[in-house]
Design a protein around this ligand. Structure first.
Ligand code: ADP
Ligand code: GN1
Ligand code: MG
Length: 354
């Protein structure tokens, strides 16, 4: 179905003048929907990847509960301009939170005007993002609705390793034989990297409602470099806060790209790391346990390792999960993440937070 026809199924207003692809996410497809009237909102149309988010109704209900709760918190704080500070779902004309066209699932959000997302940031932007993700967790600490795992075991390292080992055993794309070194690099760290799961089971690390995709490009900044809005709420679910901390560092503090072909570009920028940590602790310290704070630097390594494992597992499976731009893209991503992991390991002492 054409995008313009899809929009007619939602409770939007105004006359659509253009629909253009937007963003560089690896999972969903996003489109900027512009309307002609200056006093009318623009929209974001998204095709939901339902191979990955298998229960679209649960997904959309999660997002509705999360955004409603955040909106309530923003109102209590006396914030202005709330429709730019959290996502607003535009329901379909039948009242559902998505539209199924017989093949694909679609949703519409209000477009957040003036929001800018970056792939490379400064320490000042990192500080602002840190504060925003700490606030995000604090807002959701008392959400009354159940928040479900939209992807079961999403950030469970033990589960990700099981998937990896299964992929090695199946060798579906015949790629195991040329990549023994990467397999060894993953296995040699597996025990240490699953310790959060073990300590969690002992009851020493709590699960909190996390964003679970704190990639740097999931934050929209305003003109002054303050965070306007945290977006991409598909994976908001219970988890360990080290996950959210680590995923931001993995993306925002990398001097290279997530898939950099030149490994020499890749390292951790310690100024960005420290600024993000300071921002995050400013808004989150009050509710974090000392052990959670102690584990934050480990989170940076853990999420970089997890992403290495996830990209590589997808590569071994024949590239079935992430969008790829060329045949060896997942391998290139794997090597880039592994390089970042090695740099984080080398700088372990410098990552300790005071
Ligand atoms: P994906 O799951 O594919 O990463 P996102 O939900 O992150 O998709 O959207 C892709 C990009 O579109 C984001 O990185 C952000 O820059 C932009 N974006 C997302 N939601 C909005 C919105 N409501 N208004 C304006 N821009 C948005
Ligand atoms: C995906 O959708 P996007 O691009 O923001 C992925 C994240 C990964 C990330 C790696 C649902 O995020 O978990 O960390 O790619 N999202 C899902 O860049 O798997
Ligand atoms: Mg995204």
């Amino acid at each position: 179905m054409k995008h313009i026809d899809l929009i007619q199924h939602f409770q939007t207003t105004g006359t659509v003048v253009s629909i253009e692809p937007l963003g560089a996410g690896h999972i969903n497809d996003s489109f900027f929907v512009k309307t002609s009237e200056s006093d009318n909102p623009d929209y974001l149309l998204q095709r939901i990847n339902h191979q990955i988010f298998k229960d679209v109704e649960l997904l959309q209900n999660n997002i509705l509960h999360v955004t409603n709760h955040i909106r309530k918190k923003l109102i209590e704080k006396g914030e202005q301009d709330i429709s730019r500070k959290t996502l607003t779902i535009i329901p379909a004309k039948d009242g559902k939170l998505f539209y199924f066209d017989g093949e694909n699932y679609w949703r519409v959000y209000l477009f957040i005007q003036g929001g800018k997302s970056y792939d490379a940031i400064t320490p000042a932007l990192a500080y602002s993002a840190g504060k925003a993700f700490g606030e995000f967790q604090s807002y959701l600490a008392d959400i009354p609705d159940a928040v479900y795992e939209t992807i079961p075991n999403f950030h469970n390292m033990e589960f990700r390793l099981e998937q990896f080992r299964e992929a090695v055993a199946n060798d579906a794309a015949g790629r195991v034989k040329d990549n023994k070194e990467i397999i060894a690099a993953i296995e040699s760290r597996a025990d240490e990297m699953t310790k959060v799961e073990r300590i969690g089971r002992e009851g020493k690390l709590p699960k909190r409602i996390n964003h679970c995709d704190t990639k740097v490009n999931n934050v929209l900044f305003d003109e002054e470099g303050q965070v306007l809005c945290v977006v991409d709420l598909d994976t908001v679910m219970p988890g360990y806060v080290v996950s959210d901390f680590g995923d931001f560092i993995r993306t925002g503090a990398n001097t290279g790209a997530e898939d950099d072909a030149d490994l020499d570009n890749i390292s951790v920028n310690l100024d960005i790391y420290t600024s993000y940590a300071q921002g995050y602790l400013k808004t989150a310290r009050s509710f974090l346990l000392p052990l959670e704070i102690e584990f934050l630097p480990f989170g940076a390594r853990l999420l970089t390792y997890m992403q290495t494992v996830r990209f590589f597992t997808d590569y071994l499976n024949g590239d079935t999960y992430y969008k790829t731009q060329f045949p060896e893209h997942n391998l290139q991503r794997t090597k880039a993440q592994l390089k970042l992991l090695e740099d984080l390991e080398d700088k372990e002492e410098q990552l300790i937070l005071k």
